[in-house]
Design a protein. Sequence first.
Lengths: 56, 432
Amino acid sequence: MKDKESHDLNSHLSTLSLALTMIKEDWEKNPDSVSKVIDLSIEKLQKIKDLLKQNE
Amino acid sequence: MSNKTILLIEDDDLTFMLVSRLIPKKYEVVRAKKISEVEKIINDKKIFLGLVDLDLEYALEGLDILKILKRKDIKSVILSARNDKTIIHEAFKIGAIEFLQKPLSEKIFNQILIAQELKSSKVFNNEEELLQQMHQAVISPQPLLITGETGVGKTKSVHEFFQLWKQVQFEQIERPFVHVNCSEFSESLLESELFGHLKGSFTGATKDKLGLLEVADGGILFLDEIGTMSLSMQKKLLKAIEEQCFYPVGSEKPKHVSFKLVSATCESLEEKVKNGQMRDDFFHRISGFRIHLKPLRERVREIPKFIEEYIVKNRRNIIVEEEALEILKSYSWPGNIRELSQILDKLFLLESRLIDAQCVRETLNLLAPGQGLEKEIDDDAYIEAYGLVKFIEKKEKEILEKYLDKNLGKIRKTIEELKISPSVFYRIKGDM
């Protein structure tokens, strides 16, 4: 894996890690934000998938 | 509601949303995605802190943004999932004050914000260097050791440290502050005080006693005069500090504790290690973060501030003339701030509220025989000014100080010679 890819992957994963915490903590008190974070997390996962494709 | 604004430079929507969520509500958060937006915002708004994501699409743009913030004297914190030491090093060279590795911890994030708030406070302007060290000690996980000559204000500094430390704790709950003067206890008594004991564990243990280590759980354990602690006690305490666990005397059930250890001494602990009076491992364990309080003779510029504080505390005013102030500044102050306080006590008793050079020379006993004002502040004048209770308190303090000086600050010896109990000792000592 190239440096740039490795960095991008780490960046996406760390953001997703924070997103998962937020989803768990705000599930009841802030469902609208949770929904938005889920949508954005899906986009992030897609970026990870793109990285994977590039790496193949 | 604070009017402070945090500029979050982040081009990714999800990261922006998640990082914003970690910032306490009292701050206004504004977002910039690129350099041109940063420039516009910092020209329009006063920014308290910049949070710069180094994982922007173009990482080098993040470094340029740091330079722009630095030019405007805006403190910046880097957020990054990167482990590229070259870029991080470069960021620190430019002037970033902190580097936060992603994923971010809310606790660390809060500590940095609070520390930044404290740094921007104007309260301690005259002691900037000390305050900066205090802030670093507050966020450091290491135990704090405060050193300095007798009378420099170590205990006062520990109390100030406690106030700062409380503010950066994640949970704002009541935190204990436990002050133990190690020189006050014999070895076995100190062990019993710190670790506690079970009823019947030794002769005289008529009931269970809670150890001070346990009382300090969640707060601060302040070990004063730590240089007087015996080697075997150091070994026991070292184990308790490292394992965050100890056994009360006579008990086989461990107690788990977590506290911030703060120690103070007027002795050279390095010398004690060299002479075999202190364990090397214990010394290094307790001195992870060190603050040395300079003697007053090296901080003479602060004397006017101390006088000002004294005036505020005593709610009485005096004017110290320029020449008198110069004499105070050139004096060697062997007793440090404690001695300055005593001198001010004496100056306050003079009839004149205008303190001139002559008054100061006389009070400091710097006059040649026969040059004095021939005007002693006698006991009757004191009683007339302050009443009998204050007079007795003053006399008690004077006697205590005399014996403490004679015994080189050794509390246990002073207590024995004066035939008083430790509680009486501390009542008289107060914040002396």
